[in-house]
Design a protein around this ligand. Sequence first.
Ligand code: PLP
Length: 494
Amino acid sequence: MQYLSTRDKSLRVSAAEAIKMGLSRDGGLFTPVNFPVLRALDVEMLRGMSYPRRAAYIMGKYLEQFRPEDLGLFAERAYGPDRFDAPGVAPLRQLDQHTWCLELWHGPTSAFKDMALQMLPQLLSTSLRMTGEEKTACILAATSGDTGKAAMEGFADVEQTRILVFYPRDGVSEIQRLQMVTQEGDNVGVCAVEGNFDDAQNGVKRIFSDPAIREELEKRGCFLSSANSINWGRILPQVVYYISAYCDLLNAKEIKLGDKVNYCVPTGNFGNILACYYARRMGLPVGKLICASNRNDVLTEFIRTGVYDRNRPFHATMSPSMDILISSNLERLLFDLSGGDDQLVRSLMGQLEKTGRYEVPGEMREKLGELFYGGFCGEEDTASTVAMLYRCGYLIDTHTAVAAKVLTDYRRETGDMTPAIFVSTASPYKFCDSVLSAIGETPAEDSVDRIAQMEAVTGVAAPARLAALKGKAPRFHQVTKREAMENVVLDFLK
Ligand SMILES: *Cc1c(COP(=O)(O)O)cnc(C)c1O
């Protein structure tokens, strides 16, 4: 399978090259030339497999260049019992007769980013070998809180790689910050940026497209790559759990093969829901793709009107990993919905850069509306949804609450009671402050003490690695202005 750039489809590369580079030189995102078909026979086979075997099987359809036995090994490692504390890796929890929650946070950093970032380093290492690359891959990541930690955890001490993470200084939860600044490993670095996530992400994009930096790094024997969801190696492992969840519903006899299932995804950079769309493209019977946003509702408006407009106030919310106004992966969706019109994509992305706004043509807007539903959930509703589900015996985090609420709104508005899965993207223990407040408790003074407090109040066990943050000393203290991110990179790669 070959991959092309969303901004120039004559530019084609192998999977290994796409994963190694992360972002295309022209600023476009690598996308598969076509989508492998998931046949009934495939699904029948997948049903009988463990999660790691399902992952190797599905990823193999996109990565023919990789040896199947290698992919099998990578998946066993990535999703092994030493890394994931749930036997099914990504378990479904039933809430009522037609609603399930897909828990994607049982990995080492307690957020769904682990599902991909436990896999990406292994894909990248192999890609370096396959392309004969001798330089060191330097991973630059901008994080809204969860990517940074999960990427460092995945890349820590991986040969021929270094990783530097930028996070918005005032835009992550205290637990998220502590997880990052206490990260171990000789090849990792962390730096706070004075600004929000979009500032950090724009800074990283700027560095990627700076020829002077590229040249300087080349001299030092390094090149830049990405662990953000612009990297195909991030999206692909995420396609797996949508198919896997469908298989689990089949095995539980809740649905029959061919029955539609709606998926509701709490969305920021549009990577997770894009993976669901790609699963649908492969033939998975996905009904509606429900895109749930917080108060930063730029995607809700886009899905409803076809106008993307980032010129609006930025809100810091209690679901900070979704505080994003520029959803990078939308570019891949635009490319696909336009039938692969790279010129159109280039023009829309150019407008976004210049004016912060673009509008898609009428027929694309129609397709968008048929496939997707967009909704958002404000702060009060987020808190009351956490409280409501807690009273029903289920403790969820604030991002998951956004999805739960938007699914309810969707059903009320449309009457569509198709079986639905809403996606749980983080452990409630990553956002103790907001979750404790939502369930009517006063959070303890110290942020790490809130973990034990929440355990005591709720009786739900905290993930072991979060509980272990207590008493860990920070290793990183650096803060930078947005304009000076270049210098941080050059210093780090000395
Ligand atoms: C990253 C993240 C999201 C948003 O996912 P995207 O792929 O960026 O849309 C939602 N919830 C949590 C907890 C996250 O870490």
